[in-house]
Design a protein around this ligand. Structure first.
Ligand SMILES: *Cc1c(COP(=O)(O)O)cnc(C)c1O
Length: 377
């Protein structure tokens, strides 16, 4: 069967190891902050070459912990692009204001040129304390960090990398999420590296921020558990999820390679058969883990329909750009304010993507799209 993300094929590969790992936890009974949690943090930090890794309860909480560590609150503003809702949600949850920046039409990532414009506008017109930028590595593709970091430095802003979709992607030899001051990722089951529930992690080189985030993750504790020094969260990762991730991390490098192969096959077939789809542009200096394989199609909704008729699942990320969502109405954005994000949300389409997708499955997907496009000519 052709699934959008086939988690079961992966599970079949490592099921005995996962069962043994969970059995070890049932034996030692340390369900919260058990040894597997610290083992995982060490191995994740090693994997991305980061000084600190702080595991936590979800990707959303990873972002929230980072913003709490920076003391974000009312009166503050944080820049964010076209993304999943959670990125902007955490800014608003803390009483600060998300300021949306349009994306680049080829990468769907935040457009550095437009960051400057938005900063200028905030300085001139708004009574807001602009504190940071949350670039998102959308669909697994790293954002343009050289430019983003330069702008951030010039304007004294922090960079919080939202690599929820991009754990293990590479930007100029550095592994995501280590490109900003703090990086956040998610281990939601459908992410490239996922556990069997919710999970996330924060990465940083900064000792002080790491200490604060470790405290925030456990109700703002100090050295001891009951001498709380700040308001925090119950934001820990379960020991069982850490154990699942330890097993999955072992095969992750191979899975990243398999993802490259799948993406390459999609790309080759689309190019060689002159199919009218625009592919997310991955430059030679980056490697994407392809959380999604996204294309833009002029006739997106018809293609979705044809794929469905052929039992091929697809998805739209995201049908509405955040600045036009009802929940952000009070921010005063209108249709036309972020034209690229608006256009992309009309045409974007995610095709099935996982490391175990087979060549003939890819061929059958492309075949349906070709037939549909031929019928329109
Ligand atoms: C999935 C995702 C999140 C949230 O992660 P959860 O683990 O689901 O809380 C945040 N940002 C982006 C870009 C995501 O894709």
């Amino acid at each position: 069967m052709l699934l959008f993300i086939d988690l079961h094929k992966q599970q079949l590969r490592i099921r005995p190891q996962i069962e043994a790992a969970i059995r070890r936890i049932l034996d030692h009974d340390k369900y919260i902050m058990g040894p597997e949690v610290f083992d995982l943090e060490f191995k994740l930090a090693e994997f991305v070459k980061s000084k600190h890794c702080i595991s936590c309860s979800s990707g959303t909480d990873a972002l929230l912990l980072a913003l709490l560590a920076y003391g974000i609150g009312p009166g503050d503003a944080v820049l964010t692009p076209f993304t999943f809702f959670a990125t902007a949600e955490v800014i608003s949850l803390l009483g600060a204001r998300p300021v949306f920046v349009d994306i680049h039409e080829d990468t769907y990532n935040i457009d550095p040129a437009k960051i400057e414009d938005v900063i200028q506008h905030i300085k001139e017109k708004e009574n807001l304390n602009l504190r940071g930028i949350i670039p998102v590595d959308i669909f697994g593709l790293p954002a343009d960090y050289d430019s983003i970091l330069l702008t951030a430095q010039k304007n004294n802003l922090f960079v919080l990398q939202d690599a929820a979709q991009a754990f293990g992607s590479v930007y100029k030899k550095k592994t995501c999420p280590t490109l900003g001051n703090i990086g956040a990722t998610s281990f939601f089951p459908a992410k490239p590296l996922g556990c069997y529930g919710d999970g996330g992690a924060v990465f940083t080189e900064d000792d002080e921020l790491a200490d604060i985030i470790r405290s925030l993750r456990e109700h703002g504790k100090d050295i001891g558990k009951y001498d709380n020094v700040r308001i925090g969260l119950n934001g820990r990762m379960d020991t069982i999820q850490a154990a699942v991730l330890l097993e999955k991390l072992k095969i992750y490098p191979e899975e990243i390679q398999l993802r490259q192969k799948v993406a390459q096959q999609y790309t080759n077939q689309i190019m060689h058969e002159s199919i009218n789809l625009k592919i997310q542009k991955v430059s030679s200096e980056v490697l994407s883990v392809y959380a999604q394989f996204c294309v833009e199609a002029p006739d997106r909704n018809r293609i979705v329909e044809r794929l469905r008729e052929n039992d091929i699942p697809s998805a739209v990320y995201y049908p509405k750009p955040l600045h036009l969502l009802p929940v952000f109405k009070h921010l005063g954005y209108h249709q036309g304010d972020l034209p690229v994000a608006e256009k992309v949300s009309q045409h974007i389409l995610a095709l099935p993507m996982h490391p175990y997708l087979e060549s003939d499955q890819i061929a059958s997907i492309i075949d349906v799209i070709r037939t549909e496009q031929m019928s329109l000519r």
